[in-house]
Every structure is written in structure tokens, then in C-alpha cells.
Design a protein around this ligand. Structure first.
Ligand code: SF4
Length: 538
């Protein structure tokens, strides 16, 4: 195996024996194979004038399955490989398609052959380091885009341009004669389409569930038995809330599902208790203490530790998977039956209380727009000096305490704009407010990063500035997995400069690619709190 797609990759070089995330060699190889056959399907699809959207959905789902911490189940992944080969072969046969690459032609229904092939198709097959770096940067961006695309798709929203771009770009990465400049252009195009995918998802979420609004979220536990829902899938959230209505079973969000608390539609459910626990990496202890069943809807699974005994309470759905956890599939209409989870919850003890904290969030673009007059007034009065975008991911490395310290030490006239689980590093610090405007404005999940773009454009407009780069706005982004990669590329496609990225620069960026990003966008790694604060407050 060789995997270097996330921030925690071994030695900031690559995981070669087992993933730091807990992914074993066979699972890593099967994910490489899934990407390979998905590229083959994309190539076939690109030869057709019109194709059923189910094939594009399959591509997005497959990409999502390979995102860090989404799926640890080799069998589940190989099932997806077989499904993809079958779909591809049907299209080839029905349309007499010829002249395909090896990935387009590859076919078998033998699992042993799949496992053999899986070893052959890793990222190190691209020998040129710069080519590999750009191909993987694009591929990881596509994985993030595919995740956002999938979430919009299950809510009935689709952007054909995004579907087609993913398929066309996957095929381009198969070509033997790759030109570095073409790959750089493709990287920027990936960012542009990432923004479109984020916009489509924002439309889907807000039209379906209402615009997020300022909300105080309770982190304490109640007395009823309950289900904990984690990951990012708001469609699953709605189905679970609907099916638990009147059962005596409460629902709590965990980690990236926290922003579900901000949506008007979900607030209407009396048995939606609040949030339980913190960022994804603290789940072993928190799931243990929750006592009831846990539903993982997307990535952010941490393998169980030896003393964890909640495997029989762990359920996965959608693109998430974990060996030994029960998986809930959707029926042909997209409906999921959560009755077995609800029945289990009824016989479980109520969650153990972890804390009595309350946090305030819900500052997605619509809410910020409603506050825009006040915000502009405070800026003009000099009470708000700058905004710092501290969005992105959290992770388990101790070095991430940088973000807590950075937030703590920011001058009191600085406001943090955030989205994603990075906020768990500072959302309980009680950083106060500036004349009623909280100093931490949480827009939601990493999936809601589009809101931060809208907020920046709103401020640019309010001040009549030519560029976002002229705003009193700094970017100190924390990354971990591939959805952060597409957010970064989306920001670059908008021309945003001077982004600080941490806790480390991605291992998959070669020196040449880093130099390109520095020269054109002035991207820089974080250094230490004092030095970075000095720079940001200069
Ligand atoms: Fe390593 Fe990250 Fe890949 Fe897991 S996802 S194997 S931690 S690089």
C-alpha cells in the first residue's frame, strides 16, 4: 500500500504498511482499485452523448467511499468495484464502445483477481513526482467535490456540469502523456467546479431544511435512551428524526453533524436533544459512554480500540463502512429503514453526561447577511479590525493545539469565521462578542464552506472593494482530509491569496507544486502562534 492523501500520513510522507487512520493494507489497495475502475467507467461514460444519471452517481459514491475515514470495509469496497465493472461492461456492450484504456477495458468477476489487481494500481505508478503530485491533488479535489455532489444528489439536486467535469477529469488523469501545465490548469478548473458543487449543495440544504439561524446548542445528556448520528448526511438526519418521532428515543448529533442543530426544519423535532461529544477523533471514548446506538453517515470513523465494546451498537450507511458494523442500505427510492437502530436504542441506557456546555452557531451566509449592517457598522467604527477564516478539519495530532492557542491569543477586535470540525479546537473558549457579534461565527460543516465564500463576497461588496484580497480578512486553514482539498482549490480558483495552511503542508505536494502555489498564491505553512499572530496582525 501507499497512501498519502491525508494530513496524518506517516512521517508526512506516506503510509506504507498500515494507515495512521487504521486502514489496513488490503483496504487501502481495494480503494486504489476502486479509483482505477471508476476512472474506467468515467472514460466509457465520456464516450456517450447521454447517459443515465445513475452512472454519475456511482462515480461520486465511489470517490466518496475512498475519502479518509469513510470506509474501512474491504468487502464493501470490493462490492463497489464489482458493481462499477458491471455497470461499465454493460455500457460498453450496449453502445459497442471500443478503443479504451487499460482501466476502461479491465474486467473480471473473480475476487482473487481483483485483490491481485488492487496491488498493481497504486498512486506510485506515476513515476514523475510532479505529475503524481498534480494528479493526486486533482484526484483528492475530485473526491471532495464528489462528496458534496453526492449530498446534493440524495436531496434531489444535480449539477450536470459538475457530474461531467468529474468524469472528464478522471479520464484525463489516465493519460500517459501528461503535461505539467495542462495539469496545473486542470487543478484550477477543479477548484472552479468544486465551488459549483458547493453552491449546489448549499441550495439543496437551505431549500430542503431552511437557512441555518443563530442557535444555542446544548451539549449535555438527557434521561431518555437515544441514538447518536455522526458524519455529514442531512438527508439521513431527517429520515432518522422522522422515524424516531414518538418512540421515546432521543436523537443527538456528534462532531460534523453538530450544525444540523442550526436548521429550522430539524429544530421542530422535540426529541432532537442537542449535541453529544466533540470532534471525530475523540469518538472512541464518547461512543463508549453514549450507551446507545451510533449511526455513521459518512467519513469520520475511528477504528475501535481494544477496550471499546460498542461495535454491536455501531451502524453505517451510505458510503461509510466498518467491518462488523451493520450497514443500512437505501431502497430504490432512497428511503432508509432505521427501525433496527430504534429498537436497539429502546433497550439501551441513556447517555452518560459528558459536559453541560452550550455553544452558539448558525452563522451561515443568510444569517450573516441579516447581520451585515451591524457587522459593517462595527468595522467602520473600528470595533472589528479583522476577520480570520479558521475553517477546515480537526485532527488528533498534538500540534493542533496551535489552533486553540492562536484563537485564544487573537486580539479582542478580531472575529473568527469558521466551518468544519476545526472549530472544536476553540468553540468552547468563551471568546466573547463585539457589541453582540460573537467572536466565533460558525457557518456549519466543512460542507458549508461555501457560506464563508459568500460572507467574504458580501463584505467585499459592502466595502466596494475590487478583490477579496483587499478585505481585512486572513485565512488560517486547518486541513485533514480531501474535502478540505476541494475547499482550498475553490478558494484558489477565486484568486484568494496568502492562505496559511496547517498543521503541515500536504505530503502529496511536490517541491515544484509547492513553489507554484507560493509564487502564484503566496500560500504558506503555519509556523508558530507568536510568529503567525505577528504576521496576521501587522
Ligand atoms: Fe495514511 Fe491518511 Fe491514507 Fe489513512 S488516509 S492511510 S492516515 S494517508
Amino acid at each position: 500500500m501507499f497512501c498519502f492523501q491525508c494530513q496524518e500520513t506517516a512521517g508526512n510522507k506516506g503510509c506504507t504498511k498500515v494507515g495512521v487512520c487504521g486502514k489496513d493494507e488490503n483496504t487501502a489497495n481495494s480503494q486504489d482499485l476502486l479509483i482505477y475502475v471508476t476512472k474506467g467507467l468515467a472514460e466509457v461514460l465520456n464516450k456517450l452523448e447521454n447517459a443515465d444519471s445513475k452512472y454519475y452517481d456511482l462515480i461520486s459514491n465511489n470517490m466518496f467511499v475512498t475519502i479518509t475515514n469513510a470506509n474501512f470495509d474491504e468487502d464493501h469496497i470490493l462490492d463497489k468495484v464489482e458493481e462499477t465493472i458491471k455497470a461499465k461492461d454493460e455500457l460498453i456492450k450496449e453502445n459497442n464502445i471500443e478503443d479504451l484504456s487499460d482501466a476502461g477495458k479491465y474486467t473480471t468477476d473473480d475476487r482473487d483477481e481483483l485483490k491481485r489487481k488492487a496491488i498493481e494500481v497504486g498512486v506510485l505508478n506515476i513515476v514523475n513526482e510532479d505529475e503524481r503530485s498534480l494528479v493526486e491533488l486533482i484526484t483528492y479535489g475530485l473526491k471532495g467535490m464528489a462528496a458534496y455532489n453526492h449530498h446534493a444528489n440524495v436531496l434531489g439536486y444535480r449539477n450536470d456540469q459538475v457530474d461531467k467535469f468529474i468524469a472528464k477529469t478522471l479520464e484525463k488523469t489516465l493519460k500517459d502523456d501528461k503535461d505539467i501545465n495542462d495539469l496545473i490548469n486542470l487543478t484550477m478548473e477543479t477548484g472552479k467546479h468544486g465551488l459549483m458543487a458547493m453552491e449546489t449543495l448549499d441550495k439543496a440544504n437551505t431549500e430542503k431544511f431552511g437557512n441555518p439561524e443563530i442557535t444555542e446548542v446544548d451539549f449535555s445528556a438527557g434521561e431518555n435512551p437515544a441514538i447518536l448520528i455522526s458524519g455529514h448526511d442531512l438527508n439521513d438526519m431527517e429520515m432518522l428524526l422522522e422515524q424516531t418521532k414518538g418512540t421515546g428515543v432521543d436523537v443527538y448529533t456528534h462532531s460534523e453533524m453538530l450544525p444540523a442543530n442550526y436548521y429550522p426544519k430539524f429544530k421542530k423535532y422535540d426529541h432532537f436533544h442537542g449535541n453529544y461529544g466533540n470532534s471525530w477523533w475523540s469518538q472512541n471514548d464518547e461512543f463508549q459512554k453514549f450507551n446507545g446506538p451510533i449511526l455513521m453517515t459518512t467519513n469520520c470513523i475511528v477504528p475501535l480500540k481494544k477496550d471499546n465494546d460498542y461495535l454491536d451498537r455501531l451502524f453505517t450507511t451510505g458510503n461509510a463502512g466498518y467491518p462488523g458494523a451493520k450497514h443500512i442500505n437505501a431502497d430504490e427510492n432512497g428511503h432508509k429503514d432505521f427501525s433496527q437502530i430504534i429498537e436497539m436504542a429502546k433497550s439501551c441506557k441513556a447517555p452518560e453526561n459528558l459536559e453541560n456546555t452550550k455553544i452558539v452557531g448558525g452563522f451561515a451566509h443568510n444569517q450573516v447577511e441579516a447581520l451585515a449592517g451591524d457587522v459593517v457598522k462595527e468595522i467602520k467604527a473600528g470595533n472589528i479590525k479583522k476577520f480570520v477564516v479558521m475553517a477546515g478539519c480537526d485532527g488528533r495530532h498534538k500540534t493542533r493545539s496551535y489552533y486553540t492557542e492562536f484563537a485564544e491569543k487573537l486580539p479582542e477586535d478580531y472575529v473568527i469565521l469558521t466551518a468544519g470540525c476545526a472549530k472544536y479546537r476553540y468553540n468552547k473558549l468563551n471568546l466573547g462578542d463585539i457589541n453582540g457579534i460573537p467572536r466565533v461565527l460558525d457557518a456549519g460543516q466543512c460542507n458549508d464552506s461555501y457560506s464563508l465564500v459568500k460572507t467574504a463576497l458580501l463584505l467585499q461588496d459592502a466595502f466596494g472593494l475590487e478583490s477579496v484580497n483587499d478585505l481585512p480578512l486572513e485565512f488560517n486553514i486547518a486541513w485533514y482530509e480531501q474535502k478540505a482539498v476541494i475547499v482550498l482549490l475553490a478558494l484558489l480558483s477565486l484568486g484568494v491569496k496568502n492562505i496559511h495552511l496547517g498543521p503541515t503542508l500536504p505530503a502529496f505536494l511536490s517541491e515544484t507544486v509547492v513553489n507554484f502555489l507560493v509564487e502564484n498564491f503566496n500560500i504558506a505553512p503555519i509556523t508558530n502562534v507568536e510568529k503567525d499572530l505577528e504576521e496576521f496582525t501587522a
